[in-house]
Design a protein around this ligand. Structure first.
Ligand SMILES: NC(=O)c1ccc[n+]([C@@H]2O[C@H](COP(=O)([O-])OP(=O)(O)OC[C@H]3O[C@@H](n4cnc5c(N)ncnc54)[C@H](O)[C@@H]3O)[C@@H](O)[C@H]2O)c1
Length: 342
């Protein structure tokens, strides 16, 4: 049998998440880091030294054009997505891995999807918390029917929308076997976070109707239920499913718990980048090796997460039920800025 291909990688945005990604690629023999990019010179030099990469630059488009990697990974703040997707597509990369949220509007997300679909470029978006053992345990309990027929999935986070909500939606869709969302009703309040680097209404909540009859309930931001068992804001996420015979839920920073046919169950677990990033990047190599091994965090699924989140925003603006799929429209954050009271 021939040896599997190894894949070359360029990482752009060497902040917290860029370093996590570069570290995971660096530790896996299936990947070779061939370029690093950041506009912050100090960060770039520190990362280049740490990972032993000589090809560096402040212009991601130029760097990918020059190095022609198999994988272009970028971990910039949410305001920078479409131009870097375009840079990867134009350089002919095979896979673009990037950070959530997919985009800041439905329009941007639709343009991203159109570019990558046309070019046949695979995309992967970092909803990697799912690799946590506590997340997997909850999925396993739900999947083996231990809580009966699932009728409700839910996710809450005290962190604000552009930070947390696509995580909530992605994992609750997983718990619901990725049934399609048919419509949503949503509400939002507060404008103080609209100018944040993860621009969001201060609070947003939504009800989702899935095609299998399951109801989704998601809430994010200031006013969403606290998870007092857990310290630190972005670990205060609670996601789970209720069924006819019990419930099972995961706390991002505080293990899992369930009431099932077999009684009361619980276990430990806490979101851990070191644990989650290894399999997350490995499954990129698996997908590049074999088209049938689609990455669980693939971009088409992440697009559906974003679409649901944006439909909730549209509902808050339009005061009614929003059917999916979404077409282009007024950018949701701009519409919220006009619609929400001062
Ligand atoms: N999946 C997760 O668990 C998780 C966790 C935290 C953050 N995130 C997401 O990761 C993304 C990045 O967050 P972070 O905390 O790493 O941010 P960060 O601010 O630490 O890093 C961003 C880096 O991008 C660089 N940058 C900005 N413009 C650039 C450009 N044009 N070209 C190259 N580099 C550029 C900045 O200089 C900075 O070093 C965000 O979208 C955030 O929501 C995801």
């Amino acid at each position: 049998m021939s040896a599997p291909n190894n894949y070359t990688v360029v990482v752009a945005g060497m902040g917290k998440r860029g370093n996590h990604h570069a570290d995971a690629f660096h530790k896996n023999r299936r990947f070779e880091l061939v370029g690093l990019c950041d506009i912050d010179r100090e960060r770039l030099e520190a990362a280049a030294t740490k990972f032993g990469v000589s090809e560096t630059g402040a212009d991601a488009a130029q760097l990918v054009k020059k190095t022609r990697p198999d994988i272009f990974c970028f971990c910039t703040l949410p305001g920078l997505r479409l131009p870097l997707i375009r840079a990867g597509v134009e350089a002919g990369v095979k896979l673009i891995a990037y950070e959530k949220p997919t985009a800041l509007s439905t329009n941007e997300a639709l343009e991203i999807m159109s570019l990558v679909r046309k070019a046949g470029v695979k995309t992967v978006v970092s909803h990697q918390h799912r690799y946590g053992e506590h997340y997997r345990k909850v999925k396993e309990i739900i999947a083996r029917g231990a809580i009966g027929r699932v009728h409700t999935v839910y996710g809450t986070a005290t962190g604000w929308m552009m930070h947390m909500m696509t995580h909530l939606i992605d994992y609750t869709r997983w718990f619901n076997d990725y049934a399609e969302a048919e419509w949503v009703v949503g509400q939002a309040h507060g404008k103080s976070k609209l100018t944040d680097n993860h621009p969001s209404p201060d609070y947003v909540g939504g009800l989702i109707q899935f095609s299998n009859g399951v109801r989704g309930i998601v809430e994010s931001g200031d006013g969403a239920p606290d998870v007092p068992e857990v310290e630190y804001w972005w670990r205060k996420c609670r996601m789970g499913a209720q069924g006819t015979e019990g419930f099972a839920e995961v706390l991002t920073g505080g293990g899992w718990r369930a009431v099932t046919r077999d009684g009361l169950l619980s276990g430990p677990g806490g979101m851990d980048y070191e644990h989650d990033m290894g399999p997350y990047v490995q499954e990129m190599a698996d997908w590049l090796d074999d088209d049938s091994k689609i990455h669980p965090c693939h971009g088409e699924s992440a697009f559906k997460d974003l679409e649901i989140m944006m439909a909730i925003c549209r509902s808050a603006v339009q005061r009614g039920k929003i059917k999916l799929p979404l077409g282009p429209g007024e950018p949701e954050l701009e519409a919220l800025a006009k619609a929400l009271p001062d």
